[in-house]
Ligand binder design. Structure first.
Ligand code: F6R
Length: 609
């Protein structure tokens, strides 16, 4: 949902800004721009399209400066175009970048037009830069101009502003959209995500909601909304910026699929040594809160929601604890009853998803026993605003389609089930056997990923198709949903998932030879039922693509294609069966020539409603 970078240094910052934007491109990639302050004043370059187009234009324009801001956009108000690209300007010397949405922009625009301001874009952002300009005229300095501007804004925003009459600093604010401060040596920065700044620093301040920041080359001052200085803890990241490079892979998504064995290994390391130790991974307060849990409410979006759906099956079957799962955008707008002793669990790769965060914030008026965030980003809003955290250690996920975040979330959620189940009579012996299954995961994921070549072959059959059905039963239904989501988001093929038993209640009408049907068919207690459902598909001429192990005893034949999976213990099977579905979507997308890492209309971190 748009990415911001800003820098103040004693050297030309244009490379820092453009490199930072490239690393934020997962947040939006329909247009980009940069504004720099140099001895001639303010220089702005913007381009429709990806950051590469901006990079070339900035080079040709000789854009340089010691202070600058930059932006990569994912359009909300106004189509992708150069006029709508940020930075927006007011007068000749003031430039601003924005991530988020200004809800009251229409009324502010009318007021500003009456005051004589002229608008050049269709964006909500342009009102903000004119407001800062208006306040600057009244107050004379950029920091207090921004401080007074934000009092007039409703909505979610992270803003960074520069002005030619104050060339040695930038000012920025965080309210509802993420913003971090990077601390360098004689230079400092801001960005929507610390990933943008890893090539130049590994020291960060995470701002709180409402914080304003004045960034100079040798000083950073953070204040609250009233201008009172506040101190924010410094975080140091160990990961080197190579983590966020593609390396030998053709796409980030491909790299991230193959990284899953290592990501799971990191996520489990030191956390599953014994049944007693499992709760420790959830934070200091976990034991006390878990003791009081009688039911669980999970809230998440997209792929993270699918992880929650898998966890529900585990929670009820293994731990015997009632579990509800709901997409955050629905949950937050509906009245709901909170059973006594409910733990509220959010799942999120980014920790900044607006709907999930809003749902979490709403819980403060309800009687939950605690709030747990299963999240991949330490220091993110969800993590900071929850009493308990399980950090998935997937490492940076750059491809827009979520892969390793999902499988590491599942590993963490299974641990949660064990930690809660232990308090509900799940024996240490049973827990130990599930922990043993978890220990086998890296190896099994490796084996699943080694099926890459046959899956690539299989993917050819999908390239010319317009629709695909994904089927699963029980805990594999959400795995089928995740497979369908992956296929639609990166290959643009319409895909739907059904619990296989529902087929005859409607979707069977769609099945013919033009509708490939993918079934997740591990050798579990529902296999025989699933096989009957698959007969229904074959009888209508549908082509079947089965992911099954040898023991499932399904044989390939006319219209039946089988991809043989390794034998996988039943509990962890959903995690392992996810991998071939990710690979299938990946190869279909590559063959269709789509932009795999940055599919159309999407952005990775959805920080707007
Ligand atoms: C799909 C995908 C999205 C995200 C969703 C939630 O591949 O990536 O569906 O899962 O936007 O994002 P997080 O997990 O960051 O809250």
């Amino acid at each position: 949902m748009c990415g911001i970078v800003g820098a103040v240094a004693h050297r030309n910052v244009s490379n820092i800004l453009i490199t930072g934007l490239k690393r934020l491109e997962y947040r939006g990639y329909d247009s980009a721009g940069v504004a720099l302050l140099n001895k001639d004043g303010l220089q702005r370059v913007r381009r429709q399209g990806k950051v590469a187009a901006l990079e070339q234009a900035a080079r040709e324009a000789g854009a340089t400066g010691f202070t600058g801001i930059a932006h990569t956009r994912w359009a909300t108000h106004g189509r992708p175009s150069e006029e709508n690209a940020h930075p927006h300007m007011s007068g000749n010397g003031l430039a601003l970048v924005h991530n988020g949405i200004i809800e009251n922009f229409q009324e502010l625009k009318e007021e500003l037009e009456q005051d004589g301001y002229r608008f050049e874009s269709e964006t909500d952002t342009e009102v903000v830069v004119h407001l800062v300009h208006q306040e600057l005229e009244k107050r004379g300095d950029l920091f207090s101009a921004l401080q007074h501007t934000v009092k007039r804004l409703h909505g979610a925003y992270a803003l960074a502003v520069i002005h030619e009459s104050e060339p040695d600093h930038l000012v920025a604010v965080r309210s509802g959209s993420p913003l971090v401060v990077g601390l360098g040596i004689d230079e400092n920065y801001v960005a929507s995500d610390h990933l943008a700044l890893l090539p130049v620093t590994n020291r960060f301040l995470f701002l709180d909601e409402g914080d304003l920041v004045d960034v100079r080359a040798d000083q950073v001052t953070v204040t609250d909304v009233n201008g009172e200085p506040v101190s924010r803890k410094e975080h140091q990241f160990d990961s080197t910026h190579e983590d966020a490079e593609k390396g030998e892979y053709r796409h980030y998504m491909q790299k991230e699929i193959f990284e899953q064995p290592a990501a799971i290994q990191r996520t489990l390391e030191g956390r599953i040594d014994s049944p007693q130790a499992v709760s420790e991974a959830f934070g200091e307060q976990a034991a006390a809160i878990f003791d009081r849990v009688k039911s669980v409410q999970i809230v998440a979006c997209g792929t993270s929601y699918h992880a929650g759906m898998v966890a529900r099956y585990w929670m009820e079957a293994l731990a015997g604890i009632p579990c509800q799962v709901e997409v955050a955008s629905e949950f937050r707008y509906r009245q709901h009853v909170v059973p006594e002793g409910t733990l509220f669990v959010t799942i999120s790769q980014s920790g900044e998803t607006a709907d999930t965060l809003a749902a979490l914030r709403d819980t403060h008026t309800s009687e939950y026993v605690g709030r747990l965030a299963v999240c991949n980003v330490d220091g993110s809003s969800l993590v900071r605003e929850s009493e308990l955290t399980f950090l998935t250690k997937a490492g940076p996920e750059i491809g827009v389609a979520s892969t390793k975040a999902f499988t590491t979330q599942l590993a963490g959620l299974l641990m949660l089930v064990l930690a809660l189940g232990r308090r509900k009579g799940l024996t240490d012996e049973r827990i130990e056997s599930v922990l043993d299954e978890l220990r086998q995961l890296p190896n099994l994921l490796e084996q699943a990923a080694s099926l890459d070549t046959p899956i690539r072959e299989l993917s050819r059959a999908f390239v010319e198709k317009n629709h695909t059905l994904f089927l699963g039963r029980g805990v594999h239904f959400p795995v089928a949903m995740e497979g369908a989501l992956k296929l639609k988001e990166i290959s643009y093929i319409h895909a739907e998932a059904y619990p296989a038993g529902e087929l005859k209640h409607g979707p069977l009408a769609l099945v013919d030879k033009e509708m490939p049907v993918v079934a997740v068919a591990p050798n579990d207690e529902l296999l025989e039922k699933l096989k009957s459902n698959l007969q229904e598909v074959r009888a209508r001429g549908g082509e079947l693509y089965l992911f099954a192990d040898k023991k499932a005893k399904v044989t390939a034949g006319e219209g039946i294609h089988v991809l043989t999976m390794p034998a996988v213990p039943e509990i962890i099977a959903p995690i392992v069966y996810t991998v071939p579905l990710q690979l299938l979507s990946y190869h279909v997308a590559v063959l269709r020539g789509t932009d795999v890492d940055q599919p159309r209309n999407l952005a990775k971190s959805v920080t707007v409603e």
